[in-house]
Design a protein around this ligand. Structure first.
Ligand code: IMP
Ligand code: MG
Length: 175
C-alpha cells in the first residue's frame, strides 16, 4: 500500500481564507475578549494561523476529546484533556479542524454550553456536510468540501501529514 497526496487547497488559498475568517471575528468580537478553545490535535495549525490575524484580545485553552465509535450520542464523548480554565462568563470560540459526522462537536458544544459561557460559537476550517449524522450549529466555516479524506494543515492520516502546509486529498494505492 502506498499513499499519494493530491493538493486540494493550496497554502495561499487556505491562508487567505483564514485571514478573512479572522477579519470577520475581529468585527464580531469587537470590544470583547475572545477565548479560543482548540480541539487537539487536528486544529493546531489552523488555530495558530487564525490567532495571528486576530486583533481583539485573545486568551487560549485546549481540550482533547475522543468519541467511542458510532455509539449513541449520550454515551459518546470521552474528555482526555479538559480545559485548564473555567469558561463561565467568557466569549468562547471552539476551533476545530473538520466537521464530519458532527458527533464530536455536537457533544463538545453541549458540554461547554452547560458551563455557562457568555457566548459560544464554533469555527471550523473544513466541513463535510454530506457526512453529517448529528446536526451541529457552526457559525464560521472556512471551506465546505466533498466527502474525501483530507490531510495536511493539522489533519492526519494515521498521525502523519499534519505538517503539510496545504490541504490534500489522500489516495491509497495497491502496489
Ligand atoms: P466527527 O465530526 O465527530 O465525525 O469528527 C470529526 C473528527 O474526525 C475531526 O476532528 C478529525 O479528527 C476527524 N476527521 C474527519 N474527517 C477527516 C478527514 O478527512 N481527514 C482527517 N481527519 C478527519
Ligand atoms: Mg479532530
Amino acid at each position: 500500500m502506498k499513499e499519494i497526496v493530491h493538493e486540494m487547497i493550496s497554502e495561499e488559498k487556505v491562508e487567505a481564507r483564514i485571514r478573512q475568517m479572522a477579519e470577520q471575528l475581529n468585527q464580531d468580537y469587537a470590544g470583547k475578549t475572545l477565548h479560543m478553545i482548540g480541539i487537539l490535535r487536528g486544529s493546531v495549525i489552523f488555530y495558530s494561523q487564525l490567532a495571528k490575524s486576530i486583533t481583539v484580545p485573545v486568551t487560549m485553552d485546549f481540550m482533547t476529546t475522543s468519541s467511542y465509535g458510532e455509539s449513541t450520542i449520550s454515551s459518546g464523548l470521552e474528555v482526555r484533556k479538559d480545559l485548564d480554565e473555567d469558561i463561565d462568563g467568557r466569549h468562547v470560540l471552539i476551533v476545530e479542524d473538520i466537521i464530519d459526522s458532527g458527533n464530536t462537536l455536537s457533544m463538545v458544544r453541549r458540554m461547554l454550553e452547560a458551563r455557562n459561557p457568555a457566548s459560544l460559537r464554533i469555527c471550523t476550517l473544513l466541513d463535510k456536510p454530506d457526512r453529517r449524522e448529528t446536526p451541529v450549529e457552526v457559525e464560521y466555516t472556512g471551506f465546505e468540501i466533498p466527502d474525501k479524506f483530507v490531510v495536511g494543515y493539522g489533519l492526519d492520516y494515521a498521525q502523519r501529514y499534519r505538517n503539510l502546509p496545504y490541504l490534500g486529498e489522500i489516495e491509497i494505492v495497491e502496489e
